[in-house]
Design a binder for this molecule. Structure first.
Ligand code: HEC
Length: 613
């Protein structure tokens, strides 16, 4: 990695610490599509309507709900939710089909959604704000005075009015109305506990398919698939263990310390469900509860890209040996400088591509390094790209889907730039080839705020051999306002933990990110759910711990050696990058320059570095 954090090196999009937020696990709808409720990039209101196919009012309200769904735009997410224990997946799917429902119907087999919202009736509607708070609950409208007592037509349109209010940023006039319909008969599980009797089809499949399947499927990065009952049942206890100890899914940001998009934390209920299932002998459950398998699209997720940039030739990776970090220099052919709103990296060979980073070079230094080495690309003994890149377009890690940047923002691509595609390969045990590519999406409008990066970093690192708890801290004061959209903490093999927060001039503390158990192999770019502005004068503060003892299994040296700051993987780093935008382009330049050239990163609480031998 690079010394100057400020060089827009990494990717990104968008939350500040919110008030009380209702969290749901990802769920499959009856068509097999996974949904993260309320996390659409433009979502301002989320509508959830609890339905039970056997309830006549749920059936009769289908046209009303369809009309609401048809009128919705990208700022509203609308779902039906089937949570009743007596309704199978098959029943729910048949209902959605028969009544032609035009919105996804989520199968809430574990009643996780119901446990949080506690509906009393079906149909019962809930409207959530962008911050995930319940703004409205109750009836759809007043068409029915009581079950079997319809009026000629509805006089109030409570749900539609509530949606309109939330979209306008207002509280609905009637935040709670009495739902009319069938009673929601079930006793609900506790929000953090497993349902009473756990089986694969109804409870476990949705967890494994939505949380693990993106990596645990054929030809993906994980060592075995987890797509079927047979895949899962034979290792039920191991699945329970790795989820209880939080090794899997690999997601390093501590829960509640910053709110991120696509968070992979399993909820306590999901962990408890996997544990109860393994303890009960991993039963399969009823065939009627088997979910429609999700489609894992391998194509372009955001539609056809404006430009596809592919490695000009395949790279051959040896069968064994150490991990390889290789830099491929690929000219990007654009007639003019552009703003980019998204990229999608597509690994050519998913078995061996572990990570990728996409950097820009306008100086031709990458070409020179490439020309000096035979074969495609060039290596770097130290793990970096060998010079300071002129920008960055983002990165890729297994299981992460591409997203467009926050609306109204973009990354700058200067005409004449080369892409430096840095790929981290894990040898697979046999010789493999890879020819990866990425798609680029250009901004449709030119009036975009450019994103830039700042870092808070400590490079006075000198860790004695064997030191188990070596602490660093750093501080950087923002010279301008900064609206933060994402972050990337960075350490090397001795990194153990890192906590980063902001202290605003008026004395507030804003948690930014906490990595409790750092793993060099699972570095991520964390996109905040909602961007938030840190005012000029805010201090970004960082604390990290590094372990240079032999009890750190990632320690590259046995016996341990003294380690100092450096860009090589075997050296150590301590840095956290933030990407965001300023009030004006000039402010952004001021910020980035201040952060890079003035080295204003202040180290505090530091022991004096040990003298060089
Ligand atoms: C982002 C990709 C990714 C996701 C998501 C993911 N895994 Fe993994 N998983 C891996 C990789 C890669 C390995 C191999 C790890 C290694 O070799 O160090 C692995 C290994 C495992 C192992 C064997 C390792 C051990 O310590 O026993 C189990 C079991 C496992 N995963 C279960 C799960 C479960 C359960 C989920 C979902 C709840 C999940 N994984 C989600 C990538 C992923």
């Amino acid at each position: 990695m690079f010394r100057f954090a400020s060089l827009l090196v990494l990717l990104f999009v968008a939350s500040a610490p919110a008030a009380e937020r209702v969290e749901f696990p990802p769920l499959l709808d009856t068509a097999g599509t996974a949904h993260r409720v309320g996390e659409g990039p433009a979502t301002k209101a989320t509508v959830l309507v609890f339905l039970n196919p056997t309830c006549p009012l749920c059936q009769r309200y289908a046209p009303t709900l369809n009309k609401l769904a048809a009128g919705k735009h990208s700022t509203v997410e609308m779902y039906g939710v089937v949570s009743n224990a007596t309704v199978t997946f098959k029943d729910a799917a048949a209902f959605a089909k028969e009544y032609g429902l035009k919105f996804p119907v989520l199968f809430d087999g574990s009643a996780a959604v119901a446990a949080r919202l506690k509906p009393t009736h079906v149909p019962e509607a809930f409207v959530l704000t962008a911050a995930g708070e319940v703004a409205y609950r109750g009836r759809i409208d007043d068409w029915y005075e009581a079950p079997a007592k319809p009026r000629a037509e509805a006089r109030t349109h409570d749900l539609a009015d509530a949606i309109t209010a939330v979209l306008a940023g207002k509280a609905p006039t009637n935040p709670k109305t009495e739902p009319v319909g069938c009673l929601f008969e079930d006793t609900l599980p506790k929000p953090d506990a497993a349902p009473d009797k756990v089986n694969y089809n109804r409870h476990v499949a949705s967890i494994l398919l939505t949380r693990c399947g993106s990596c645990h499927r054929p030809d993906e990065v994980a060592p075995f698939p987890l797509l079927s009952f047979a895949d899962a049942a034979k290792r039920a206890k191991q699945l329970a263990r790795v989820t209880a100890d939080r090794t899997m899914p690999p997601w390093k940001a501590a829960k509640g310390y910053g709110h991120f998009l696509d968070e992979q934390h399993l909820s306590a209920a999901e962990v408890a469900t996997l544990k109860a299932w393994a303890a009960d002998g991993a039963p399969e459950g009823a065939a009627d509860d088997k979910p429609t398998p999700p489609k894992f699209a391998d194509g372009w997720h955001l539609g056809p890209p404006d430009l596809i940039v592919k490695m000009p030739e395949a790279y051959t990776l040896p069968a064994g040996g150490k991990d390889v970090i290789r830099n491929f220099v690929i000219p990007i052919d654009v007639p003019d400088s552009k703003m980019i709103t998204a990229i999608q990296f597509r690994p050519g060979n998913k078995k061996v591509v572990h990570h990728a980073l996409l950097l820009l070079d306008i100086t031709g230094q990458g070409r020179k390094l490439d020309a000096a080495e035979p074969g495609p690309g060039y290596g770097s003994a130290k793990g970096g790209v060998g010079f300071i890149p002129s920008g960055g377009l983002g990165g890729w890690a297994p299981g992460v889907l591409p997203r467009h940047l926050l609306a109204g923002t973009g990354r700058f691509l200067a005409k004449g730039s080369d892409a430096i595609l840095q790929i981290h390969y894990h040898p697979s045990g046999k010789e493999e080839t890879d020819q990866s590519e990425f798609g680029v999406y250009f901004a449709k409008s030119s009036a975009l705020k450019p994103l830039g990066g700042v870092g808070v970093e400590n490079w006075a690192i000198d860790i004695p051999a064997g030191e188990r708890v070596y602490k660093r801290s750093a501080e950087y004061t923002l010279p301008t306002n900064l609206t933060v959209v994402g972050t990337a903490p960075h350490m090397h093999l001795l990194g153990k933990s890192m906590r980063v927060w902001a202290e605003t001039p008026d004395g507030k503390t804003v948690p930014l990110i906490h990595v409790e158990s750092w793993d060099f192999n699972w570095q991520d770019y964390y996109l905040y759910r909602k961007p938030f502005t840190l005012p000029k004068g805010t201090k970004l503060r960082l604390e990290s711990v590094h372990d240079n003892s032999s009890s750190n299994p990632a320690n590259p040296n046995s016996p341990p050696k003294r380690i100092t700051w450096g860009e090589g993987t075997a050296d150590e780093m301590c840095l956290c990058l933030f990407e965001g935008y300023c009030d004006t382009g000039l402010d952004l330049i001021r910020l980035v320059t201040d952060n890079a050239t003035n080295n204003k990163v202040v180290e505090r609480f530091m022991e004096p570095p040990a003298k060089k031998k």
